[in-house]
Design a protein around this ligand. Structure first.
Ligand code: S3P
Length: 187
């Protein structure tokens, strides 16, 4: 499918393990827009891993750096943006993302997220724990707290439980083309 670039950006939000970065890369390729992973941009800019920031300075410091990163990316030209799972926690981020463009919430059940996070051994070694509840307990607690925020921010919601990241990207592209009907040539 060919979809032309948009004048606004497209941000992907959702919990860890919903495939935001993989899906974002597919979409960016399809619409010929640059792709930015906010967590990777933060780590590159500050020269530190997210895990090290959590361990050395704590989560509030990470959230401050995340807020600055989101402010800076969303003030720039349109891109396809994959955000960290907790980006929706701060109102400053939510309003920056609303100004930036459209927001897609990639949703998955706790069981799916648990399965994906356990399978992703490379990233689980570098992913800071957010609670002391263990993988499934943390997923359930975090989802319960964040679901209303994701829902409130999202322009579109895509369920990722039963489909691959490539299929999720196709669903997002079809949804954008259907519900955001600015003539493609003007985007
Ligand atoms: C976080 C999710 C991570 C990263 C940080 C905090 C969260 O991003 O921003 O470890 O609070 O859910 P991913 O969702 O890309 O793993």
């Amino acid at each position: 499918m060919t979809v032309a670039p948009t004048p606004l950006g497209l941000a992907l939000v959702g919990a860890r393990g919903t495939g935001k970065s993989t899906v974002g890369r597919w979409i960016a390729r399809a619409v010929s827009l640059p792709f930015i992973d906010a967590d990777a941009a933060l780590e590159a800019h500050y020269g530190r891993t997210i895990r090290a920031i959590f361990e050395d300075d704590g989560e509030p410091t990470f959230r401050d750096l995340e807020e600055r990163t989101i402010a800076s990316i969303t003030a720039g030209p349109p891109v396809i943006l994959a955000t960290g799972g907790g980006v929706i926690l701060r109102e400053a981020n939510r309003s920056a993302l609303r100004r930036f463009g459209k927001v897609v919430w990639l949703r998955a059940s706790p069981e799916t997220l648990n399965r994906r996070l356990r399978a992703d051994t490379r990233r689980s070694a570098t992913r800071p724990a957010l609670t002391s509840l263990g993988t499934l307990g943390e997923i359930e607690a975090v989802l319960q707290a964040r679901t209303p925020l994701y829902r409130d921010l999202a322009d579109w919601i895509v369920d990722t439980d039963a489909i691959s990241p490539e299929e999720v990207a196709q669903v997002v592209l079809r949804t954008v083309a259907r519900d955001w009907p600015v003539p493609l040539s003007l985007r």
